[in-house]
Design a protein around this ligand. Structure first.
Ligand SMILES: NC(=O)C1=CN([C@@H]2O[C@H](COP(=O)(O)OP(=O)(O)OC[C@H]3O[C@@H](n4cnc5c(N)ncnc54)[C@H](OP(=O)(O)O)[C@@H]3O)[C@@H](O)[C@H]2O)C=CC1
Ligand SMILES: CC(C)(CO)C(=O)C(=O)O
Length: 324
């Protein structure tokens, strides 16, 4: 298989780097200073055992990729970047190319299906960071990640099994799943903590805000009749496969959303995380004041390029006390 990793940031860099190390053919699609650094010095994959410098093929866009019968695209950009990436892929990739949404949120798969008929999804718990051009950090000291692989909207097939096999060979804990979206909706509930960790001061009020955001999320998914794996099954699956490295304080403080705010890129994925619950709440008549507040606060921090973890959650909690 030839894996085109479209968006070689934290997740793409760690998955692409490890697939490359395991002998799979990999092309990293990257841009800007990150692309320049990889081209000059190779991709630096920072692991618990030390940094590895990997000589991986690169492309600046889909037009520079060598498209073959066995090429699979792993789309690893943030959800707000999916539309632009797809526009480029639509121009250059054969329509039969399988495209895998290796992303948080649950909206990317349907967006890809408008353009490519063979859509797959990966539910991922890496964790990984990318804060410096040319460098991606594998934040887990043990397996680089736990991955569920499946076809969208449902089912599994030979390709899903083959991808899970390649990922296992690259050190991940990976399985092909019949209902990958049930895993992704459970992950969405976990990701309702992303905006809190990215925007609010790390204190007891933030912990409470995350708890309320997730309760709200569970109510909305129940009202919408969406099936998701249980929290216990998710916990059991993760087991002790992932051990966060010392530099990474917690899952939410340091999350992919925190990294966007921290890098001051001016945009953030929150409309596809907290915003997904807000949208479903509006469709199904369930009020979502907590997720709306997290979504709006995180969007503002990104837009105004403010410091991560700088907003006090207590005044909002006091204002909704008894109402949620
Ligand atoms: N980081 C983590 O620990 C986890 C992340 N995820 C999910 O994985 C997905 C990816 O997140 P993450 O890896 O953190 O994000 P990153 O921002 O680290 O990586 C995305 C990369 O794609 C690049 N990119 C975006 N658009 C293009 C384009 N058109 N052409 C070339 N390069 C492009 C970005 O460049 P630029 O910086 O210039 O925009 C960036 O380098 C998200 O959905 C996230 O929620 C899931 C679990 C854990
Ligand atoms: C669960 C978590 C926080 C793991 O890194 C994640 O999905 C993210 O960073 O977006």
């Amino acid at each position: 298989m030839h894996y085109v990793i479209y968006g070689a940031g934290a997740v793409g860099g760690v998955i692409g780097g490890n697939l490359h190390r395991a002998g799979s053919r990999v092309t990293l699609v990257a841009r800007g200073a990150h692309l320049e650094a990889i081209r000059e010095r190779g991709l630096v994959l920072d692991t618990e055992a030390g940094p590895l410098t990997l000589d991986v093929d690169t492309a600046a866009n889909a037009g520079e990729v060598e498209w073959t019968e066995d090429t699979v695209v792993m789309l690893c950009v943030k959800s707000q970047q999916t539309a632009a990436a797809l526009e480029d892929l639509q121009r250059h990739a054969p329509p039969s190319t399988p495209v895998v949404a290796v992303q948080n949120g649950v909206a990317n798969e349907a967006t890809i299906l408008r353009v490519f008929p063979r859509v797959y999804s990966i539910c991922l718990v890496p964790p990984a960071s990318h804060l410096e051009p040319g460098v991606v950090v594998q934040d887990s000291a043990t397996a680089p990640g736990v991955l569920e692989v499946g076809r969208y909207p449902g089912g599994s097939d030979e390709l899903a099994v083959a991808m899970a096999g390649d990922l296992e060979a690259a050190g991940f804990v990976a399985s092909a799943r019949e209902q990958v979206m049930a895993w992704k909706y459970r992950k969405l509930i976990a990701n309702l903590g992303n905006g809190v960790g990215a925007s609010f001061v790390d204190d007891e009020s933030a912990v409470e805000l995350t708890r309320l955001a997730r309760l709200e999320g569970e109510s909305v998914l129940a009202a919408a009749g969406i099936q998701l794996v249980s929290a216990q099954d998710d916990l059991d699956r993760r087991g002790d496969h992932i051990a966060r490295r010392g530099h990474r304080k917690s899952a939410a403080a340091g999350s992919s959303t925190w990294q966007s705010i921290s890098r001051g890129v001016g945009n953030v994925e929150i409309d596809y995380l907290s915003g997904e619950i807000v949208m479903l709440g509006r469709l199904h008549g369930v009020p979502t004041p907590v997720n709306e507040h997290v979504q709006q606060t995180t969007s503002r921090l990104a837009r105004e390029r403010l410091a991560p973890g700088s907003v006090d959650a207590a005044p909002f909690l006091a204002s909704v006390s008894g109402a949620v």
